[in-house]
Design a protein around this ligand. Structure first.
Ligand SMILES: C[S@@+](CC[C@H](N)C(=O)[O-])C[C@H]1O[C@@H](n2cnc3c(N)ncnc32)[C@H](O)[C@@H]1O
Length: 212
């Protein structure tokens, strides 16, 4: 594992994944994830493919398949999250339509084919090199990319300060990153996409872009 992901396996572990799945079964996806799902317009996903980078327990994938999506790929470096997502797919009869890949997307992207939709739900903040991550994710996108990432500004930095302090005190080398919002947006536009949705689910930006 590269140091893009240092300490993440301790944070995004099997115990955390099981807890999240329990919550998902009870009350569905969390607010920012649901906002992204709604803005992706799943009714158009019939016969389409989705690459969910850092897909967690898979909430976006399950909605995509329920709405007629053809196939999903979940690329995550957390074994625990993948295990939970895989068993949920099996339980729902989606094993033939789902691909689960373990690893760091930045290192594995050469071996991943293009998908119609790509999603990055709370993943940009896990990467120091957001430009590299985004550019590579955009290259894998046939037409639509959706992302949830932290709002910038002093409140986000204040929250991040305490998260980092907690991680340091617990001896975890994982670090979240608050990247500049304007540079994130410019990177997407420079790659030939236009904005089709932008909203806030505090403290996250929820955005969808379509290839021009
Ligand atoms: C904050 S969680 C978000 C999970 C899910 N997308 C959600 O919103 O519930 C970040 C996820 O991204 C994964 N992740 C972070 N960096 C990654 C990388 N470089 N390659 C693959 N997966 C990554 C983590 O393992 C974790 O499952």
């Amino acid at each position: 594992m590269s140091c893009n992901c240092c300490g993440a396996e301790r944070l995004f572990n099997l115990k955390a994944a099981k807890k999240e799945l329990k919550k998902y079964r009870k009350s569905g996806a969390g607010k920012p994830t649901q906002a992204l799902i709604d803005s992706l317009n799943a009714s158009e996903s019939k016969g389409q493919t989705l690459l969910d980078i850092g897909g967690g327990i898979g909430a976006i994938q399950w909605d995509f398949l329920q709405n007629g999506g053809k196939q999903t790929t979940d690329m995550d470096y957390s074994d625990g999250y993948l295990e939970v997502a895989k068993s949920y797919a099996k339980e729902n009869g989606w094993s033939d339509q789902t691909v689960f890949r373990q690893g760091d997307f930045l290192e594995e992207e050469d071996s991943i084919e293009n998908h119609d939709y790509v999603t990055l739900d709370k993943v940009i903040c896990c990467y120091p090199d957001y430009h590299g991550l985004l550019t590579k994710a955009l290259n894998k996108t046939n037409h639509t990319i959706g992302m949830v990432y932290p709002m910038g500004g002093s409140i986000a930095k204040f929250v991040a300060f305490f998260v980092i302090l907690f991680l340091k005190l617990s001896g975890n080398s994982f670090r979240p990153y608050i990247h500049p919002v304007s540079s994130i947006r410019q990177t997407v536009l420079d790659e030939g996409f236009k904005s089709v949705h932008s909203s806030v689910s505090f403290p996250w930006h929820v955005e969808v872009y379509r290839r021009i």
